[in-house]
Design a binder for this molecule. Structure first.
Ligand code: G4P
Length: 528
């Protein structure tokens, strides 16, 4: 094969990639939507392959259940499937309801995002937090307003809320006809069709009915007078005051296209998935210092966004998940870790196809590859072949729960090793108080991670430990020397992180504001 045709082939493969993540607040329907999308695309055969909400309810202190949980999320860190000539990769399929930094980090590895909103609840707290990350990375977002079969809020109000709370324009792509008990379907503004919702046809495919426009008299005949009246009023407002979809604004993260439907009833998913293949971007160039790395460039580059210990504690396997950013990653390739300059041979890269984990012979930009036992690799490390590349570090996300990690037996060395390893995996942030006891303070994004830390220290390092929750709510890295901070509430703790950087732990947002006010020259940052 000539060199030129290989380069063309690589460019075509990259252009077909759609690597995306789904964000939502718990219970909005992320698992249901994921499962239905995968079923639709033929990537899974059985309903229930992605864990249903019910089976996910487990006792958090039960280590076996957590082990199982991690097994599931291990095999579903990224799922790949083909549709409409595109190769889709879905990142971070649902795990437990608790928040972890992994969810944030998977956004850094995605090229676009699907945001699921519960029609009755609107924008909820975790959606808001996750959206903040999307905004910082200017990720394009498509929105799915779910549970239209249930009584929900006025769709216009929901669009307003997206705009006012998230600060992004919201352009309806379809519009609901009726709501809750009187939900009759959706009208597509894109192709002027009416997709009728018939309760008794649950889960079956329906063909959309073509109409000439939203005020075509056939619409009323099809949906009945009452639902039509409400729909008509809504559409009049949408047409006069609503945002219209603008692809450039979407790709730039300034506008989200909004689809209404019901994941549970498999309603409105097909047009949504097709829109995703059509609109969501293929991998784009990524900034590395002052260079832009083109996805179809000749040399391989990528970064590690997740590290997970293997399910089987006897082998102590670790898997590093790499987002490929350019070139091809080939089996047995030798790559360099830009941080340490170490080289490593990628002898067993694997990828997830539907439910199967397979050894991959090659991967290109947009793909997610798992590397087993990667040695000294930490989250955020860049791997490359050929010309050296260093992607920007992956920011640590603000921990919101803090606790003192106490060693309960005499295995200090194993304790220190375990802490270092778990921190490298990104399971927690570790802080050491400047004064007082030696015991480290751990900070996590979701409180469930406390249980995971204690359980893993025990099973993997044979260390007995316990975490005493502390009343801090936030950490701020100090970019000014600590001696210049003169006026702080006594409840604020001075600490350092593993690399010796100064950190302040705060018991309230009031204390942060006070410290900032009283020390106006000081520079504090929430991202480590
Ligand atoms: P999550 O991953 O975002 O946490 O949400 P999940 O899909 O688990 O859905 C949360 C609940 O909402 C589930 O009910 C699910 O069946 C329901 N749900 C999802 N989509 C729709 C929809 O379109 N319409 C309606 N009416 N409900 C929907 P559950 O009772 O908590 O769990 P289960 O017993 O059904 O598994």
């Amino acid at each position: 094969m000539s060199h030129a045709s290989t380069a063309d082939e690589l460019a075509a493969q990259v252009a077909a990639r759609r690597t995306f993540a789904i964000i939502s607040h718990p219970d909005a329907g992320k698992s249901t939507l994921t499962e239905k999308l995968l079923l639709y695309a033929g990537a899974i055969e059985l309903a229930g392959a992605v864990r249903g909400a019910r089976s996910r309810r487990h006792v958090v202190s039960d280590w076996m259940a957590m082990e199982q949980e991690r097994g599931i999320s291990l095999t579903s860190t990224a799922l790949e499937f083909d549709l409409d000539g595109c190769h889709l990769t879905l990142l971070d399929t649902p795990g437990h309801k608790d928040f972890s930094e992994d969810t944030y980090r998977s956004l850094v590895a995605a090229d676009s995002v699907v945001m699921v909103i519960d029609a009755a609840k609107g924008i909820e707290s975790q959606t808001r937090k996750l959206y903040e990350v999307c905004r910082r990375h200017r990720l394009p977002v498509l929105t799915f307003v779910n549970k239209l079969d249930h009584p929900g809020r006025d769709p216009l109000e929901l669009l307003d809320e997206i705009e006012s709370v998230l600060g992004i324009a919201a352009a309806p792509m379809n519009w609901p006809v009726g709501r809750g008990d009187r939900f009759r379907g959706v009208y597509s503004l894109e192709d002027r069709t009416l997709l009728l919702y018939e309760r008794h046809l649950q889960g079956q495919r329906r063909a959309p009915v073509e109409v000439t426009s939203w005020d075509d008299p056939r619409v009323e005949e099809l949906v009945g007078e009452y639902a039509y009246r409400e729909f008509h009023e809504g559409m009049e407002l949408v047409m006069t005051a609503g945002a219209t979809f603008d692809e450039e604004a979407y790709l730039d993260g300034r506008l989200t296209g909004v689809y209404f439907g019901s994941a549970l009833h498999n309603f409105g998913l097909e047009p949504f998935l097709r829109a995703l293949t059509r609109l969501a971007p293929a991998p784009r160039p990524r900034q590395a210092g002052d260079r832009l790395i083109e996805p179809a460039a000749a040399h391989f580059s990528g970064f590690v966004f997740k590290i997970q210990a293997n399910m089987d504690p006897r082998h102590r396997d670790r898997v590093a998940f790499v987002r490929v950013c350019s070139g091809r990653l080939l089996k047995d390739m030798v790559v360099t870790n830009a941080r340490t300059n170490d080289t490593l041979r990628i002898s067993r890269p694997y990828r997830m196809f539907g439910r199967d984990r397979q050894t991959a012979t090659e991967a290109c930009a947009g793909d997610i590859v798992g590397i087993v036992n990667p040695g000294r690799v930490a989250i955020g490390d860049t791997l490359y072949a050929g010309t050296p590349v260093t992607f920007p570090p992956i920011e640590r996300f603000p921990a919101e729960h803090f606790g003192r990690l106490r060693l309960e037996n005499a295995r200090r060395k194993q304790f220190d090793d375990g802490i270092q390893q778990l921190e490298e995996e990104g399971l927690m942030q570790v802080f050491y108080p400047v004064q007082g006891g030696r015991e480290p303070i751990v900070g996590v994004a979701g409180a469930l991670q406390f249980d995971v830390i204690v359980a893993r220290l025990k099973s993997e390092y044979n260390v007995e430990s316990r975490i005493e929750p502390l009343s801090f709510v936030a950490a701020r890295w100090l970019l000014t020397p600590p001696q210049e901070i003169t006026d702080v509430p006594s409840s604020v703790l001075f600490a350092t992180d593993r690399s010796g950087r100064d950190v302040l732990l705060f018991p309230s947002t009031w204390a942060i504001e006070y410290t900032e006010r009283q020390n106006s020259h000081a520079r504090l940052t929430a991202l480590g």
